[in-house]
Design a protein around this ligand. Structure first.
Ligand code: ADP
Ligand code: MG
Ligand code: MG
Length: 250
C-alpha cells in the first residue's frame, strides 16, 4: 500500500504586490485505493494544491511537506514525481505543438517505466483504452491539446491515467465542461483505474455532480487555503443541499 501524506503545507505565489500566501497549512492523507473529494468555493486554493503537488514553478512551498511513501515531493522534479507514481491532470492542460497524442502517451509511458513499452501490445492497449472512453481512433494522431474541446481534454486526461496506472492521481475539475454522457464515460474511466490499479484518488471539484458517479470515501472542504471540514460521503450530500455559505460566515 502507498501513502500520500500532506503535512502542514504552506504555499505562496509571487504577485506584483509581492509574495501572496494561498495554502495556509493543509493536512491530508490519501492511501492507495481511497477516493478523496476536495470540495470548496472558488478561490479557496484547490487548484493551487494540485499545482503545488505537480511542482509548478509558480507555486512556492514555503513550509510543510508532501510525502509520497515517506519521500518528500518538495525535493523532486516534476518528472521524478511522475516516476514515483503521481499523476496530475491539470485544470487547464497546456498545448503541445507538433506532438501527437500517440507519441505523447508512449513518451510518458517510457519515461515512467524507464523503458519503452513493447510496440504491439502497447498499440493494442491504447486502442482498447480509447475504445472504452468512446474516443475516435483518429484522435491518437492529433497534436496534444491543440483545438481539443473541453470534453476531449478530459478524456485525454483519463486516457493518460488508464495507460500510466499511477499510484496516486490528482484530478482537478475533471467534471468542468462535460455534458452528462461525457461525465459518465469519464467517471467510469476513473472508477476503472481505481478498481483495477488500486490508485489513490484526489478528486478536486467545485460541484457535487461528479460525486454521483465517483463515490468518495472521504470528503474535505477547502476554505481559504486549508481544510475547514471533513467527513464521509454524507458531507457531499449536505454541501449539495446547503452550499458553502456556512463556512464563509454568510
Ligand atoms: P480554486 O481552485 O479553489 O478556485 P485557486 O487555487 O485557483 O482556487 O486560487 C486560490 C487563490 O489564489 C485565488 O485567490 C487566486 O486568485 C489566487 N491565485 C492562484 N494562482 C495565482 C497566481 N498565479 N497569481 C496570483 N494569484 C493566484
Ligand atoms: Mg476504494
Ligand atoms: Mg480551481
Amino acid at each position: 500500500m502507498a501513502t500520500l501524506k500532506i503535512e502542514d503545507l504552506h504555499v505562496s505565489v509571487q504577485t506584483q504586490e509581492g509574495e501572496k500566501p494561498i495554502l495556509k497549512g493543509v493536512n491530508l492523507t490519501v492511501n492507495s485505493g481511497e477516493i478523496h473529494a476536495i470540495m470548496g468555493p472558488n478561490g479557496s486554493g484547490k487548484s493551487t494544491l494540485a499545482y503545488s503537488l505537480a511542482g509548478h514553478p509558480k507555486y512556492e512551498i514555503t513550509s510543510g511537506h508532501a510525502y509520497l511513501d515517506g519521500v518528500d515531493l518538495v525535493d523532486m522534479s516534476a518528472d521524478e514525481r511522475a516516476k514515483a507514481g503521481l499523476f496530475l491532470a491539470m485544470q487547464y492542460p497546456v498545448e503541445v505543438a507538433g506532438v501527437t497524442v500517440s507519441n505523447f502517451l508512449r513518451t510518458a509511458k517510457t519515461a515512467i517505466d524507464g523503458k519503452a513499452p513493447a510496440l504491439r501490445s502497447w498499440v493494442k492497449e491504447v486502442n482498447e483504452a480509447m475504445d472504452r472512453l468512446r474516443m475516435d481512433p483518429a484522435f491518437a494522431q492529433r497534436d496534444v491539446n491543440s483545438g481539443f474541446s473541453g470534453g476531449e481534454k478530459k478524456r485525454h486526461e483519463i486516457l493518460q491515467m488508464e495507460l500510466l496506472k499511477p499510484a496516486f492521481a490528482v484530478l482537478d475539475e475533471t467534471d468542468s465542461g462535460l455534458d452528462v454522457d461525457a461525465l459518465r464515460i469519464v467517471s467510469e474511466g476513473v472508477n476503472r483505474v481505481h478498481d483495477e490499479v488500486g490508485s489513490g484518488i484526489l478528486l478536486i471539484t467545485h460541484y457535487t455532480r461528479i460525486l454521483r458517479y465517483i463515490k468518495p470515501d472521504f470528503v474535505h472542504v477547502f476554505v481559504d487555503g486549508h481544510v475547514a471540514d471533513e467527513g464521509g460521503p454524507e458531507l457531499a450530500e449536505r454541501l449539495e443541499a446547503e452550499g458553502y455559505d456556512r463556512y464563509l460566515g454568510r
